[in-house]
Design a protein around this ligand. Structure first.
Ligand code: B12
Ligand code: SF4
Length: 502
């Protein structure tokens, strides 16, 4: 049987990406789990077009909440084309009934225990509507199918060593998605780290751990890192800030080639941290914690969120200064998002603060889907955009690069520079986070043109022509199904469509 595994995406920046940094591990992991005897392809919509003219017998789509429109459009179209379809991932896990309207089958939870059954059932054309994957021990997992990855990714070597997280931050769905804290056998992780069949030297050198919190079990982390020392890799991961007090662990991280940690710092306001249930982040320790990583030449990437109840527009925008003051090398700034399966969503639902008129496109980390306490949704959006632009202004970007030249190891400096330039270039070229409201308008524009009987030309303009005579279903979303999934139907494209017809 031929299987296409598609990892759905929807542009989060106005002009898409010029270059894409790291792939998700999900698609190539699912491909590796596929029983032998099947031909598998992995397509990342972020970097490649979805082939509707595929000869696949089964199309499996993985998606996060923010990319749901894209995934559902695909599910509908593939079903029209007579393909068997199956959905999975964080959104399908928490909204299985909704996903079932667009796919033949929905897998909730983790795939390890059910994927072989899904494939078997698809082979005999007997897919069940739902498959419930429960968490299992992580022993014996195969190495991801790196050979199936598009060459478009800059750092393709992604590995997962652990699953879950012992913390329970109110905005995070990890405790619901990957319950329990589990580790893979170190030997098996090292096998994946040792893989090096990549074309470029940095792709062989750099390993990115896609763990929720790799260092949650210190004894496990120490064993893994000690055994990675002779492998001479450069590696990055997510970790929680509490490890900054464990000098032995940090020394081992340095020795084994750690060049970057992503810390979920989230806020500089103790009240916001309390709302986030982020007790392991004391604000007074930020500076010292960052310094501990820098003393070992490790780059500190850090995530910040705007929109907690005690936040104001001013406090959100001022985070740019605060993150510079504590010495963050690469900032990531998001809008608080009430994902299903989180304590935050339960609270906002109880308080009637979810903006029910807003679709899942508002759940991409860059848009507002709830009523904030101290400002309007539009004010929160504006504050986030100001924070984003200020964080990646030319001055701040160059300053961070100059500082990291002094305090980071060569690998960490290279990585920090690449990431800062990546986001700095977006700011300079005004390739800003996209407003979901704008997306809606573009869709409405297309719908108007469709109502006037001009849809075919517009669909052709954006690369969605009928496939083998089958028209795309009404759910097809022009902002995501265009070439590489990145081209929106801009006003000028709409004008072009209209002009061509008139
Ligand atoms: C690595 C990671 C990233 C990476 C890579 C992105 C990616 N798409 O993987 C980066 C850093 C880029 C990232 C960014 C973001 N992320 Co992220 N990320 C993760 C993380 C930590 C691990 C995911 C992972 O690789 N797990 C390992 C793989 C093997 O497991 P998996 O993907 O869960 O897949 C398993 C099952 O879900 C299932 N499955 C999944 N898909 C399918 C499909 C089929 C057909 C089947 C059968 C089964 C199946 O089977 C798999 C094996 O068991 C998760 C947390 C988590 N625990 O899930 C958050 C998580 C996925 N991210 C999240 C968010 C919100 C984001 C951002 C929007 C954050 C932001 N504010 O900017 C951005 C989005 C940008 C983007 N381009 O994707 C949320 C998503 C919540 C939701 N409901 O959608 C999560 C769950 C964390 C959270 N805070 O709750 N992220
Ligand atoms: S520490 Fe990170 S992964 Fe763990 S619950 Fe909090 S946000 Fe989620």
């Amino acid at each position: 049987m031929k299987i296409d595994i598609v990892v759905a995406y929807r542009a989060r920046y106005r002009k898409g990406h010029f270059k894409t940094f790291v792939p998700p591990i999900t698609g190539i992991h699912l491909a590796a789990l596929t029983p032998p005897g099947h031909e598998v392809r992995v397509i990342h919509q972020k970097v490649e077009s979805v082939n509707y003219d595929t000869d696949a017998d089964l199309v499996a789509v993985s998606f996060q909440t923010g990319f749901t429109a894209s995934a559902y459009a695909m599910g509908d179209m593939f079903r029209r084309l007579g393909k068997q379809t199956v959905a999975g991932g964080p959104h399908a896990t928490f909204s299985p009934d909704e996903a079932a309207r667009h796919f033949d089958a929905v897998v909730t939870g983790e795939a390890e225990g059910v994927w072989a059954e899904v494939v078997r059932d698809a082979e005999s054309h007997r897919l069940k509507p739902t498959y419930k994957g429960s968490p299992r021990p992580l022993d014996g997992l195969p190495a991801p199918r790196y050979d199936l990855l598009s060459r478009a990714f800059f750092v393709p070597h992604v590995v997962q060593a652990t699953r879950g997280c012992p913390f329970s931050c109110s905005f995070c769905s990890v405790p619901g998605i990957n319950p329990g804290w589990r580790t893979r056998p170190v030997d098996e992780v090292l096998r994946d780290v040792a893989y090096d069949n990549f074309p470029h030297w940095w792709q062989r050198k750099v390993v990115w751990f896609w763990d929720d919190n790799l260092t949650a079990d210190r004894a496990y982390a120490k064993e893994l890192f000690s055994r990675m020392v002779p492998m001479r890799r450069w590696w990055l991961t997510q970790a929680s800030m509490d490890i900054a007090r464990d000098g032995e662990l940090l020394d081992l991280m340095k020795e084994s080639g750690c060049i970057g940690v992503f810390l979920g710092i989230e806020s500089f306001d103790p009240l916001s941290l309390r709302q986030a249930n982020k007790k392991h982040n004391p604000v007074s320790r930020y500076r010292d914690a960052v310094r501990e990583f820098h003393r070992r030449g490790i780059c500190v990437m850090a995530g910040f969120i705007g929109g907690f109840d005690s936040d104001t527009s001013g406090s959100i925008v001022s985070m740019a200064d605060s993150m510079a003051a504590v010495g963050v090398d690469v900032p990531f700034v998001s809008v608080l998002t009430p994902f299903k399966g989180t304590v935050l969503r339960e609270m906002l639902e109880r308080e009637g603060r979810i903006l029910t008129g807003r679709g899942w496109e508002y759940y991409d980390g860059y848009n507002v889907a709830f009523r904030p306490r101290n400002m309007s949704p539009d004010e929160l959006l504006a504050a986030h955009r100001l924070l984003w632009q200020s964080s990646f202004s030319l001055r701040r970007t160059l300053l961070r690069i100059a500082r990291s030249a002094r305090r980071l190891s060569p690998g960490a400096f290279l990585m920090s520079t690449c990431m800062n330039l990546f986001y700095g270039a977006k700011a300079v070229t005004r390739n800003l986070p996209r407003d979901a409201a704008g997306l809606r308008l573009e869709v409405q524009e297309l719908q108007q043109l469709q109502a006037q009987g001009k849809s075919d030309v517009c669909l052709a303009q954006i690369g969605v022509a009928p496939v083998n005579g089958v028209e795309p279903p009404p759910s097809v979303d022009p902002t995501v199904v265009g070439d590489r999934g990145l081209e929106p139907l801009t006003p000028s494209m709409s004008r072009k469509c209209s002009n061509q017809l008139s």
